[in-house]
Design a protein around this ligand. Sequence first.
Ligand SMILES: Cc1ncc(COP(=O)(O)O)c(C=O)c1O
Length: 399
Amino acid sequence: MNLLKRLAIDGGTPVRRTFLPYGRQKILPEDVREVTRVLRSSWITTGPKISEFENVVAKSVGARHAVAFSSGTAALHGAVFAAGLGPGDEAITSPLTFCATANCLLYQGATPVFADVEPDTLTLDPKAVNQVVTRRTKAILPVDYAGHPADLDVLLRLAKRHGLVVIEDACHALGARYHQRPVGGISHMTVFSFHPVKHITTGEGGLVATNDSHLAGRLRRFRSHGINIDAHARRQKGDWIYDMMDLGYNYRLTDMACALGISQMRRLTNNLKRRREIADHYAYDLSGMPGLSLPSVRQDVDPAWHLYPIRLDLDRIRGGRKAVFRALWAEGIGVNVHYIPVYFHSYYRKRFGDRRGLCPVAEEAYERLISLPMSHAMTLYDARDVSRAVRKVMAAYVR
Ligand SMILES: Cc1ncc(COP(=O)(O)O)c(C=O)c1O
């Protein structure tokens, strides 16, 4: 067989010589300049860049308040605290997410209750949520999986009926739009992450957006030891008095990170555009290919394309997902799997018992999912390499 046709895993020539990771950051000289400027100033943390960054993000996502945190995980923890959840309380969330979405409930002594996802978008199914609401339920934590917003209007109506807080995990969805509104000003609190694989980065970093000034005050205190006034504000007031009102943490984001975030936010629109171009390319090049199906997009939704998760038709693939995954890696394509259902992890099994079968839609999807590379650092040539490699691998494995 011709070396170009033979799979790299079987000794053929790989589609790419340089490995393409599933996601990565893009740092430009102007980012370096902004960070350096802060490094040369007198405030490298808890200074003026924090509120500047928060204002830029709040405006972009259509929220009245934004509170920056040292990570998306810390921001989720802050949101659970601000919502007042504690021991004995339950919150309903999706199992098809990064474990931080559920862990943040455990940090506060609350219990995550997993409800199944919708078969098309793999976001929290409002009907499944409705079935597990109890007297102890205090919050719903939908996840905007892969950048596609959950069905927020329906979930918010359900939350209102039961008096629940909606904490939206939008760590995948900065810049997404739902029914003509940006994600960020819709739920009671919306959480973003600025990890390097996300739409913009601050290295590590996160943020909670909210329209509620009371929640914003609680969030601000929580990220800095529960103290009512930060060091920069104290300096400006010329005062030493502060009060620790709640038990908080040091979850502050530095001014260096915020300077990087401000600079990156100037390119958010371009970053989203590139991600959409890549999604369009995959949809065009891979649609109708035997053995796989592409992610669906609901009407009146504009996803932020953090991930591009395809689903394999396992009945038609020799060797199953593992064979396809390994073959794509050998071709130089850094695919990944998002996500192992949270309650499959050994910590959750030890603590809550074996819950296999609890959310059949999420579990069946997990077996079939593969995320293709998706990042604004990719070129359209990179995207073409991905679809070429998928075609090559599927031609070899589909029965
Ligand atoms: C859905 C989801 N929630 C929460 C997080 C946690 O964010 P961070 O890594 O910024 O702590 C992530 C991170 O990838 C995520 O994908």
